[in-house]
Design a binder for this molecule. Structure first.
Ligand SMILES: Cc1cc2nc3c(=O)[nH]c(=O)nc-3n(C[C@H](O)[C@H](O)[C@H](O)COP(=O)(O)OP(=O)(O)OC[C@H]3O[C@@H](n4cnc5c(N)ncnc54)[C@H](O)[C@@H]3O)c2cc1C
Length: 420
């Protein structure tokens, strides 16, 4: 694994030289005519899949293609919440594998992902919420995964800014807590996987949009791109919100809808919240290491490929957050952005084979796609290398929509206005 060769003097020298002598963290090769595996999408899932293909399965003849720049998609647009407190056993197993991997990821990649397991506090505001929380708490404990029920006073001790007075607009009846959950630096995750995959021989090819597929006798032979045709034995589709577009080009449909989700950050202030607070009313909140408050939101209530959000949503989320944490009311917002989520009908991922032989898909992560990056890439690389699903991803195949074996994680995954 290459180690950075920077000292304080080399940093200053490179800054003055406009970084001309800077060692690139990964190469920028021209595409080869043929690869064993082509991965479409250099987001978190594409890059982690490439890394584990090389590291765990010895498959290094791999290219990761992206239409834009590496890490320019949702992987660097999210609110970085990492947790595994889902409801159904299948989801808990997959997300908890991922959460365990997060705890060791910086060492694994030799790259500081700034993972901070500061705990996830999910507030309860009414009796329905209480029942949902207790059911989830019991499911997690039965699966051997950490979860705690908190009283309002315990919430106050962990997050003093939360208003627990009975007269509050959204009274706090308690919360669940997952102490192992937390946040990380999102683009560091993309860069860490990219650098580690590059060191193992994987080609990262940016500005290489996939525009179509060559399919002969029902089997994929390669991809058409803006840089020409590139042959492949296997093609993995991991383009998040654009997966429906690519599936259509390959001749099949996915039960996926694309919706915009937005987030915003405030000006930096002194540290005053050292846990993640989530509420179903909805909003999510954490304070970054820079001091900015990071606000997460629900999805826009219509399909879109836009990476911008709307003003009403910003107003709604600000009002929701202030009603529970009134101390935020004078905070000034710095910036906001959007990302295109791929959401399945049961808001669980779709991982596995497609109707085209040699073509695999990994999509539908919705709001759960950052936290799942290590576990998803690890399990999906097994599928590609061995042409059979890993046990962890077996329940998440496309066939579950025909069989009706849905894994409905609406309650645990966050708020999806478009799908209520
Ligand atoms: C505002 C917001 C907040 C979120 N908060 C959280 C959170 O707190 N926790 C959590 O777990 N998840 C969260 N998510 C969800 C998570 O970010 C996504 O589910 C996840 O990042 C998607 O996987 P990815 O990283 O591989 O996608 P992306 O980073 O979007 O990667 C897909 C890549 O495919 C490329 N691509 C698309 N079409 C083509 C093509 N034709 N040819 C070549 N390349 C193509 C794109 O350019 C892109 O780089 C959030 C998302 C958003 C938008």
């Amino acid at each position: 694994m290459p180690r950075p060769r920077y000292s304080i003097f080399s940093l200053a020298r490179n800054a003055l030289a406009y970084h001309q002598n800077w060692t690139e963290a990964w190469r920028s090769p021209a595409p080869k005519p043929h690869y064993k595996v082509i991965i479409v999408g250099a987001g978190g899932h594409g890059l982690s899949t490439a890394y584990y293909l090389a590291k765990e399965h010895g498959i290094t003849d791999v290219a990761v293609l992206d239409k834009g720049w590496l890490g320019g998609g949702n992987v660097a647009r999210n609110t970085t919440i990492v947790r595994s407190d889902y409801l159904f056993g299948e989801s808990i197993a997959l997300y908890d594998k991922s959460l365990s991997m997060w705890h060791d990821l910086s060492r694994e990649l030799n790259f500081n992902t700034m993972f901070s397991p500061r705990g996830i506090v999910k507030l309860i505001h009414n009796r329905d919420g209480q029942r949902e929380a207790e059911r989830r708490f019991n499911a997690l404990r039965l699966a051997g995964v950490d979860s705690e029920m908190l009283t309002p006073l315990q919430v106050k001790r962990l997050a003093p800014m939360v208003d627990i007075s009975p007269g509050a607009a959204h009274p706090v009846l308690g919360a669940t807590l997952q102490r192992r959950g937390g946040i990380a630096r999102h683009d560091a995750v993309a860069w860490g996987y990219a650098r580690a995959a590059d060191a193992l021989g994987v080609d990262m090819i940016q500005h290489c949009e996939v525009t179509g597929f060559r399919i002969e006798g029902g089997r994929v032979k390669g991809v058409e791109t803006v840089q020409g045709f590139i042959g492949a034995d296997a093609v993995a589709l991991v383009p998040a919100g654009h997966v429906g577009v690519l599936a259509a080009k390959a001749g099949f449909r996915l039960p996926i809808e694309s919706v915009t989700m937005q987030a915003m950050v405030s000006e930096p202030v002194k540290p005053c919240l050292d846990t993640v607070v989530m509420s179903p009313i909805p909003f999510s909140l954490s304070q970054s290491d820079k001091g900015e408050f990071v606000f997460g939101m629900s999805t826009e209530p219509y399909n879109s490929y836009s990476q911008r959000g709307t003003l009403p949503h910003i107003e709604e989320i600000s009002a929701n957050a202030v009603s529970v944490l009134p101390g935020l009311s004078r905070l000034r917002m710095l910036r906001k952005w959007g990302g295109v989520l791929d959401v399945s009908r049961d808001v669980s991922p779709i991982m596995g084979r497609t109707p085209v032989e040699g073509m695999y898909v990994n999509c539908g992560w919705g709001t759960g796609g950052f936290k799942s990056i290590p576990g998803s890439g690890w399990a999906f690389s097994h599928m590609i290398a061995q042409d059979r699903p890993h046990d962890l991803m077996l329940p998440f195949g496309l066939d579950r929509f025909a069989a009706g074996a849905l894994i409905d994680e609406h309650a645990a995954s966050g708020s999806f206005e478009a799908f209520k």
